[in-house]
Design a protein around this ligand. Sequence first.
Ligand SMILES: NC(=O)c1ccc[n+]([C@@H]2O[C@H](COP(=O)([O-])OP(=O)(O)OC[C@H]3O[C@@H](n4cnc5c(N)ncnc54)[C@H](OP(=O)(O)O)[C@@H]3O)[C@@H](O)[C@H]2O)c1
Length: 190
Amino acid sequence: MSRSEGNAKGRTITLHMVSSLDGFIAKKDNSVSWLNDDGPVYEAGISISAEEAAAFIKTIDCYVLGSRTYEHALELGWPYGDTPVVVVSSRELSSTRKSVEFYSGDLRTLVDVKLAARYRNIWLVGGAMLCQRFLELSLVDEIVLTIAPVLLGEGLRLFGGSLAEERWRLKNVAAYKNGFVEMSYRAVTA
Ligand SMILES: NC(=O)c1ccc[n+]([C@@H]2O[C@H](COP(=O)([O-])OP(=O)(O)OC[C@H]3O[C@@H](n4cnc5c(N)ncnc54)[C@H](OP(=O)(O)O)[C@@H]3O)[C@@H](O)[C@H]2O)c1
């Protein structure tokens, strides 16, 4: 099933990542504490209340993540609440959380068969390796890229490998009071 066919059936895969200004999603030591450090206030920016954020998060039907992001989330404190989470891994992992399941195998089958049957608003939230693979397979309909107001110098690259040239349509830009800028794109073919 192509990206547009999947879309016609009503499911959307949104890739969301937060990058530093110089294109890193994690520091070399794996730390992501810089994500929580606000920059100097950008007066013209917007801010959203906790209620608005919670209402938005409720619209997400399912998160998909790579096993390293999953393991990091376990260490840092689970950010996904009770929303279903699918962890992609070739290992035999298990969780006591009812909302977590593991998937090993073809990623197109994951999206077009397993996820499409159950969820509409699906968020792929990292890490770099899994997102790269989804993009290579044209499984991403939307990209939401948030840029944090910081240079990290080194770390894990947002999209490290070789992706084919592909144009995306800008849908929205939001600049926040804390200096973070969020850009939303839709695949031109979606
Ligand atoms: N700034 C941000 O927005 C953001 C977002 C997410 C994560 N992060 C950070 O990024 C780091 C993790 O990213 P990462 O790129 O190293 O790893 P990752 O993408 O989270 O996970 C990679 C793992 O996913 C599994 N996987 C990936 N593709 C697969 C495929 N096609 N089939 C089967 N399994 C597949 C493999 O697991 P197995 O080895 O178990 O088989 C692979 O080792 C962490 O530090 C995390 O905190 C940052």
